[in-house]
Design a protein. Sequence first.
Length: 264
Amino acid sequence: MPCHGPPPPALLEQHIAARHRQIQSLLLDNQRLSALHVALKQELAVSQQELHHLSAAASDVAAERDAQVRDVYERSLKIEAEVRSIDSLSADLAQVRADIPKLTSDRQELAAKLKAIDGDLVRARSDLQQLPSIKAEIETMHQEVQRGRAAIEYEKKAHASNFKQGQAMEKNMFSMVREIEKLRAELANADKRARAAAAAASAATSSPGYAAVYVNPEMGYGGRSYPDPYAAYKAQSSADAGPQYSPAAGPHSPYNTQQTHVHR
């Protein structure tokens, strides 16, 4: 077995040089790794910042998307409501179209009525121009009515006064009639007694001169030469009542007087 001795210095130098080259390569690799680490850290920071920005942007996008979704939903609700309103408006439009002929006829009727009202307005204006004269005529008629009422009241009072006077005159007339009847009865009795006395005297004596004495009293009573006081009273009453009562009034009696008072 061969015995190895220490390596020669050239091999050691080569070996050291190779180690040195390895160390330099490792240092270079370490530097490159350090620079790469720093760059990676920077890229990581930038990436984190970008990720943060992307997260914020994603949040904004999500919020915007939610807002757009809500907006779209609200628009869809509005569109649905508008569709329903359009349907109702379509029904209303159909109703309006159906009502158009009726409204047209109503318009024509109203136009005819308006024309008639215009004619009435023209006549009313012409009548309004005649209003002062009509008022004057109404005032004149009112005055005539007042005078007529006053005349009627005067006639009523006069009729009442005449009615009272007529009643008093009728009472007086009835009392006078009774007195006249009594006088007639007394005259009839006296006539009978005179006739009886004349007959007795004629039978008692046959003297013509004596009989002639009783001829005149017999003719005075038998021929009724005395006047009728009731007829004279009626003539006097008619003459007195002429100015107070109307010419068409009949003879005064309680029935006629009361009936006239009722009609007045």
